[in-house]
Structures are given as structure tokens and as C-alpha cells.
Design a binder for this molecule. Sequence first.
Ligand code: ADP
Ligand code: GN1
Ligand code: MG
Length: 362
Amino acid sequence: MENAFFHFLTEGKPVSCADFGHGHINDTFLIQTDRGKSYILQQINTHVFRYPEKLMDNVVAVSGHIRKKSHDRSSLNFIRTDEDRYFHVDETGRYWRCYEFIPGLCLEKPETDADLYECAVAFGSFQELLSDFPAENLFETIPEFHNTPSRILALRCAADRDLFGRSSGVKEELEYILSLEPTVSMIRRLLESEEIPLRVTHNDTKLNNVLLDPVTRKALCVLDLDTVMPGSVLFDFGDAVRSGASTSAEDARDLSQIGLDLHLFETYTEGFLSSCHSLTGKEVENLPLGALTMTAELAARFLTDYLEGDHYFKTDYPDHNLVRARAQIRLAQDMSEKMDKMTAIVDDHFNRQKSKLQEFTG
Ligand code: ADP
Ligand code: GN1
Ligand code: MG
């Protein structure tokens, strides 16, 4: 790791290095140098991202676009190597990248409503900032990433193959996810029929992918640009609601405590709609479905990984993916029951936002 770090044109010699953050995909380290500088060094997960060089072209272009357009916000600052590239390949073929550390807070759960509101504004503004980014310049880093029907098909196949003998223990979970298929395949259909537009979206809007200023608690930067690709705004809204407006952690075990907190849902909706103004009526109408779809899709992905022997997501203990899948299923069940309430909240805030804009423009 130290060898890899030496290839980046950083200031000073490393004096400490520690595991950092709670991402499920890449290996992330915080490095401090004798010149008082701090850097993030990451080993890119090449099982997940098959074309790391093209991935780096994406993230460098996206962060450059954001830097140019937003003066008041930080953006990821990638460091070049001695070979004048933004990644280093070591002698064992591992890919490394390095960027400046931005001191801030990455929350697993919002500590206050204001934290969640700030994250919503950050993701809503991110969407607006990328509205003029040329989608054709983006490489699809994970093909069909949010193709929900194909995620459910993959689950079905993993259960049939049953390579690890785990299928018999997850019959109920499987049945529930399959029962949601017609509903959660609708966003895919809406995209295919062009009833909703393809946009450049983040696609991984988990709360801990936003950095907040520890003092002002204002959003500093949106992180984890690896999955910025053409997608639907419903994915970004939905995944943030899934991770930020749940009553419990993503891997909570006590299912009786898991549900959608409607107050947090309202907070997120208000923040998102206040910063993202270009949504079509059809998109707004389907925001609640975005939340349900992303939650069911992730339940399917966690369960698939469990059935396939846990090769995709990092896990902390043997049945971690199963625990995560069950938690997402419980959250999806609660969201299904609260669809009407979510819709009423979205309508209310959309109308309020519209009146505000009308007042503003006379
Ligand atoms: P993963 O794909 O594994 O989630 P991320 O790029 O999200 O990887 O990084 C993992 C964690 O590392 C983030 O959640 C955040 O806590 C921290 N992190 C990443 N980049 C920075 C940065 N430039 N400054 C501060 N913290 C960072
Ligand atoms: C992964 O990389 P990270 O930890 O921010 C995953 C997301 C999931 C999330 C669930 C590239 O996000 O899709 O929603 O875990 N990222 C990728 O916690 O698969
Ligand atoms: Mg992340």
C-alpha cells in the first residue's frame, strides 16, 4: 500500500495509514504525511468495476465538471501519479487511486432532521449540476446497475442454482421479493417507453456518500462517483430515502423496529425538491415508487450475494448479507403500506415548491 502511495504526487512522506470509512465496495485508507497533509488512498474493487481505467476517466470528468460549476462546494480532487495518470497499477495488478482528504462527517444515519435535509440538498444539487454533463461521454461502469427486473432474475437464478445450499433457508424472503416484481419493474418500463427521461445520475446515494461540515453541518461534497452513469432521478431519490429515512440501520436485526419514518421522508422530499427543479410531472408522481424499488432491488442484491457465497458486498460476519436482505425486506413491506402517505407528502411539497417558484418569477 505504501509502495502504491509513493507513486502519487502528494506532499510529504506518509507517517500514518489507517482503514477508513464504511464503504461496502472499495478498500479505503486515510494517509497522513509529515507535511501535515491527509489523503484518501483507495484500492479499486476490480471484481465490481471491471474497467478501472474507464471508471477513472468518468470520475475525473464528473468531478472536474462539478468543480467548474460550483464555487461554494468541495469536489473530489484526484492526485496524479508519476506516470501522469490518475491511477496506479501495482506489480500484482491491483488498481489504486488517491485523492485529497476532505475533513467532514459521513453519517450512517442522520443525527438530526437538518442533517438529512442537507444530504437531500446535496444530492438534488448534484443532479442539477450534472444536468448538462454529456451522458454520451460516460462509460457504463456497471452495466444494468439499476435494472430491477434483471436483479430479480439474478436472484431467481441464484436460488435455483443454490451453490451454497442456502436456498431452503430463505424461501419466504425469496417469495416476498418475487411478489414485488411487477410493481418494482415499473420504473424500468417507464424508462424504456421514455415516459421518464434518462439523466446523468449518481446511482449510489446512500447517506454516507455525502460529506457534511462538522461545524456548520452543511453539505461539503458528494462522494463515491464510481456509479455516475445514465439513470433515473427516481433511483437517486429512492436510494437516499431507503438509507436516510429508515428508522433503523441497513443491517438491523430487530425487524419489529424497522420501518419508514414518514417525518424523515418528508424532510428528504422537501430538501430534494427545493434543490432539484427540473423534474417532470411523471418523475414527481413516481418518487415514492423510487423508494420502494430501490429498497426491494437492494434486498434482492443482498439476498443474491448471500446465496452466491458473499462475493460482492463486504461483510462483517457470515450471514451479514442475509441480515441486510431481511432488513431491506421489512423496510420495503412498510413502504408498500405507506405508499399513499408518501404520495400525499410528495404532492404537497411539489405544490408548495411550484407556488414558491411562481411567486419568485412573478
Ligand atoms: P465505497 O465505494 O467503498 O463506498 P467510497 O468512495 O464511498 O467507497 O469511500 C468510502 C468512505 O471513505 C466514504 O464513505 C467516506 O467516509 C470516506 N471518503 C472517501 N473519500 C473521501 C474524501 N475525499 N475525504 C474524506 N473522506 C472520504
Ligand atoms: C454499495 O459503495 P457503497 O458502500 O457506497 C453499493 C450500493 C448499495 C450499497 C448498500 C457499487 O455502496 O449499490 O446500495 O452498497 N455500491 C455498488 O449499502 O454496488
Ligand atoms: Mg461509498
